[in-house]
Design a protein around this ligand. Structure first.
Ligand code: MG
Ligand code: MG
Length: 255
């Protein structure tokens, strides 16, 4: 289902977007060498409760996971890239961490993800890979405007990833958001310009380029949730929720 938000409903989308952006910023600031992934999950639970919001993840039980998820945030470390289930692990210097967070506030969802390196021992190739996913996200946002097609966004994202030399997995990508976390349309991280659904004002989209350094193949952990690169290569993921406006797009989940 594709949901369209009226101008009078947009303030609710802005409010939940600002909440998710500020939560990710605070979680990133608080995360250091030695932080346990379960600490991050607990901090997230507290922030959601204090904001009067609801988690999109705790009861999440899609066909591809061993649901319900049972935690408040996705924590994907190094070769884990999507749906990382928080578990008893203390972060080490140089770990590449992705936090992916979606919450509902006042009936509207915002969804955003950030990758960063913990501590001071960042590998240059990790920082470069993160920068590419951020640049691909910016290109997708720049292509988003009324009248543009979903394929234009996919093409903009995919061009940046391909030029940087990363293989692209088309199984998981961006999506519409609204009253639920995963609505239509699907936004693949590569595709042909000029194809697909035409964007219009009031559409909320989560764009989320992600890559694995040398493969497009995923494997699932024994936990039934965490998706890792099949080769053990490291990974990165950047996501924002945006609103299509009369003259372009507004990023709702700025940090
Ligand atoms: Mg997300
Ligand atoms: Mg998403």
């Amino acid at each position: 289902m594709i949901e369209i938000f009226t101008p009078s409903e947009l303030p609710r989308a802005r409010a939940v977007g600002a909440l998710v952006g500020s939560m990710l910023r605070r979680l990133q600031e608080r995360t250091t060498v030695g932080t346990n992934l379960l600490d991050i999950d607990r901090w997230t639970e507290t922030m959601i409760r204090e904001a009067g919001a609801e988690s999109c993840y705790v009861d999440y039980a899609p066909s591809f996971g061993r649901g319900p998820f049972g935690h408040f945030i996705c924590t994907s470390v190094n070769d884990a890239v999507l749906h990382g289930l928080p578990h008893d692990y203390r972060l080490r210097d140089g770990d590449l961490l992705t936090l992916d967070l979606a919450v509902t506030l006042d009936g509207v969802v915002a969804d955003s993800a950030v990758s960063f390196v913990v501590g001071t021992a960042a590998a240059p190739e990790d920082l470069a890979m993160i920068e590419v996913t951020e640049r691909a996200l910016a290109a997708g946002i720049a292509a988003a405007a009324p009248g543009a097609k979903i394929g234009d966004l996919s093409h903009a994202i995919g061009s940046v990833l391909t030029e940087a030399g990363y293989p692209i997995n088309l199984q998981f990508g961006g999506h519409g958001v609204g009253s639920t976390m995963h609505g239509d349309p699907h936004i693949a991280n590569d595709g042909r310009a000029g194809r697909g659904y035409t964007l219009r004002p009031g559409l909320l989209l989560a764009l989320e380029p992600w890559v694995m350094a040398d493969t497009d193949e995923l494997v699932t952990d024994d936990d039934g949730w965490t998706l890792r690169s099949a080769t053990g290569a490291r990974t990165a993921h950047s996501e924002h929720t945006i609103a299509i406006t009369e003259d372009g797009a507004e990023v709702l989940t700025l940090r």
